[in-house]
Design a protein around this ligand. Structure first.
Ligand SMILES: [Zn+2]
Length: 324
């Protein structure tokens, strides 16, 4: 396709491929962190906002003068996973997400920087995200991880991966895109995260979230960097859960004055108390950019734990102790 050739050229011109192939130092590589391993990274084809027919943003696109710290994986939680793996579908969801974010959420543009379709087509989300990624030194502020939008570059993956397997095409393009971002910005693979590592949300779904260690490993393989060490994250507790982590959370909440039994059962009463606790502490709920989120009530995750754990252990010790 003619447009494929166009994109490849655009990327090369922008320095994306040129600066990441084989450690060859192109001029634009000079601005990036030194000492970072350079390996051969094939830049993915990314369709810009013009290609998929984006509306113009209705406000200022903020470009911050620093690289993002984390790469964040989301899922879009479509009602039913589409079997349409075409490029047209990728363009269609890009438009649908942008419309939703601008018309329903009142945002200036798409919340995510990039979108990855089930057919493995990658599109630019928020305007300027592609050129800024090509530059490798700046960050387009998005709206996809509450309270962390200056730190994260987010990828919306089409579909719902709470229970469903990830299509191979989506996986392959995700690996490629994340490797490209990590290389462009010198982001360590340990800083490839899921949305739930920041907010109390199921996003990117249990199935895709469980594959993040594999994603980090594959990206490390592409970049030629050492295999990542696994770091425990805050667990996500939800209605129906039972066990020691639930009991610990209940005990910690009780210390904060929340009136719930420490019975190790995460029932509706605990869930309601957690929602109230979140509201009291100004923690945003239902924070994903996804169009619709089911079963997002009463979640206790990465933004609640730090408010309830005590100083008797470090954060890392708490995280390690809460793994079941
Ligand atoms: Zn999300």
């Amino acid at each position: 396709m003619a447009d494929a050739a166009f994109h490849r050229r655009t990327l090369l011109k922008g320095g994306l491929a040129a600066t990441v192939i084989g450690g060859v130092a192109a001029p634009s590589a000079l601005a990036r962190p030194t000492g970072t391993a350079r390996a051969s990274v094939e830049a993915p084809q990314i369709y810009g906002t013009t290609e998929w027919g984006a509306r113009p943003p209705n406000g200022e696109i903020i470009v911050e003068d620093h690289a993002p710290t984390y790469i964040v994986v989301h899922h879009t939680v479509e009602p039913g996973n589409s079997e349409d793996f075409s490029k047209e579908r990728a363009f269609e969801i890009s438009r649908a997400i942008q419309n939703f974010h601008m018309d329903s959420n009142g945002w200036v543009d798409s919340g995510q920087q990039f979108t990855n379709s089930r057919g493995g087509y990658v599109t630019e989300g928020r305007h300027r995200s592609l050129e800024v990624l090509q530059g490798g030194t700046q960050h387009v502020q998005g709206a996809n991880v509450a309270n962390h939008n200056s730190e994260v570059i987010g990828i919306e993956n089409e579909g719902n991966y709470v229970e469903t397997e990830v299509p191979q095409a989506l996986w392959d393009s995700l690996v490629q895109l994340v490797a490209c971002m990590a290389s462009q910005y010198g982001i360590p693979v340990e800083q490839i995260m899921g949305h739930r590592d920041f907010n109390s949300t199921q996003c990117p779904g249990d199935v895709l979230y469980a594959r993040l260690p594999e994603l980090r490993e594959e990206v490390a393989g592409i970049l030629g960097t050492p295999a990542p060490t696994s770091r425990p994250q805050w667990p996500l507790l939800r209605v129906g859960d039972r066990g020691e982590s639930v009991r610990t959370a209940q005990r910690l909440l009780r210390k904060q004055g929340v009136k719930i039994p420490a019975d190790g059962y995460y029932g509706p009463r605990t869930a309601e108390a957690v929602d109230a606790f979140a509201a009291e502490h100004g923690v945003p709920r239902h924070t994903c950019t996804a169009a619709a989120h089911a079963n997002e009530h009463g979640l206790l995750g990465a933004d609640i734990w730090p408010l309830i754990v005590t100083g008797e252990r470090s954060t890392a010790e708490w995280k390690a102790s809460l793994q079941r």
